[in-house]
Design a protein around this ligand. Structure first.
Ligand code: SF4
Length: 342
């Protein structure tokens, strides 16, 4: 049992009296202790019992890559040898915004079974779901390694969060809890490949988590070519679920759209995308493709990306064109892991 995967109520049932459980949580999340031995205000027999019955660290750092734009990418090893990636994306004053957001992008699965054609994460198939502790520990480790408070979470790393729904929500509740990280739910975004059942389920959650949907195609024909999930949940069903989410939550969702040259960057796709975004009051985040070794896709040139954005804006849609971050550190999802394994 890993401490970082437990709620406070669960720990209290295992460790009495209550103030001892709170001391442990303080050591774990506030002081970021790396071992039970370091928890010096606990009696020695309790520390020994904890070390025997609980695990404290779920990940081991294998590699850290720094990009010139200050993005940091981490490769972590899990206890079974699987590798996962986590990214720290600091807001860069003067480049994107002037705030001091420290965003961590977490993975939720080792590998991925969804096989989006442009993505490096799925290239070596799916290994397993991550536990809640393994998701929480990504944020914990980044905070410890970088000595910076994390205040924004995007669940956009390797894997599909709704295919590991229970563990992802447990992890987000722990990250949100005042006794752990205290990160506001509004500062958390879950990104899905388009699992309709997961979108409807998230709409029912009391937590005000933000939703991003990876669209990458505005017709079934284009989307179906690059995202196999579109066969199971075609755009009509996906849009109905997005509409439901927007109605229930009363808030804006985001469509992620990776621009790939001659695949989905045509002007008619931009017009169709504008219509879809208008229907569910979504904003659109355009991401020029990060080429992946071994895959044939290319990034459109900057002007073509801007024309695509212009069509959306002309239609009254809020559309941002992402300034690429981390291209020099293999920032495309799953790429660092793939390079390391091979
Ligand atoms: S884009 Fe996401 S869902 Fe698709 S293969 Fe990559 S990790 Fe999996």
């Amino acid at each position: 049992m890993n401490i970082k995967g437990l709620y406070r109520d669960e720990l209290i049932k295992l460790i009495t009296p209550v103030y001892r459980a709170d001391q442990i949580l303080q050591w774990v999340y506030e002081k970021q202790a790396e071992s039970f031995d370091a928890m010096t205000n606990l009696p020695a027999p309790l520390r020994a019992k904890l070390a025997e019955e609980f695990a404290l660290n779920a990940l081991k750092e294998v590699k850290t890559r720094h990009a010139t734009d200050t993005t940091e990418k981490f490769l972590f090893k899990l206890h079974d040898g699987s590798l996962i990636e986590t990214v720290l994306i600091p807001a860069t004053p003067g480049l994107t915004s002037t705030d001091d957001r420290q965003t961590v992008c977490v993975s939720t699965q080792a590998g991925c079974a969804f096989g989006c054609k442009f993505c490096a994460s799925g290239l070596d198939g799916f290994k397993r779901n991550l536990s809640a502790a393994e998701i929480v520990d990504q944020v914990w480790q980044v905070q410890k390694l970088m000595k910076q408070k994390v205040n924004n979470i995007v669940v956009m790393g390797m894997g599909e969060p709704f295919a590991n729904y229970e563990n992802v929500l447990r992890a987000l509740r722990i990250l949100n809890a005042p006794w752990a990280f205290g990160i506001g739910a509004r500062k958390m975004t879950v990104s899905t490949v388009g699992i309709v059942t997961g979108i409807r389920r998230l709409a029912e959650e009391p937590m005000q988590i933000r939703l991003a949907v990876s669209l990458h195609g505005a017709t079934d024909e284009v989307r179906g070519k690059i995202m196999p999930i579109n066969r199971k949940f075609p755009l009509k069903e996906l849009m109905a679920a997005c509409e439901y989410y927007a109605q229930v939550k009363g808030k804006m969702l985001t469509f992620e759209y990776i621009l790939i040259e001659n695949v989905n960057d045509m002007i008619e796709q931009a017009h169709k995308l504008a219509g879809m975004a208008r229907r569910v009051h979504a904003k659109v985040n355009l991401i020029p493709y990060n080429p992946v070794e071994g895959l044939p896709w290319q990034r459109p040139d900057r002007d073509r990306c801007k024309v695509f954005q212009h069509v959306l804006r002309q239609a009254g849609i809020s559309a941002t064109l992402r300034i690429e971050k981390g291209t020099d550190i293999a920032a495309a999802c799953g790429q660092l892991r793939l390079q390391h394994e091979r």
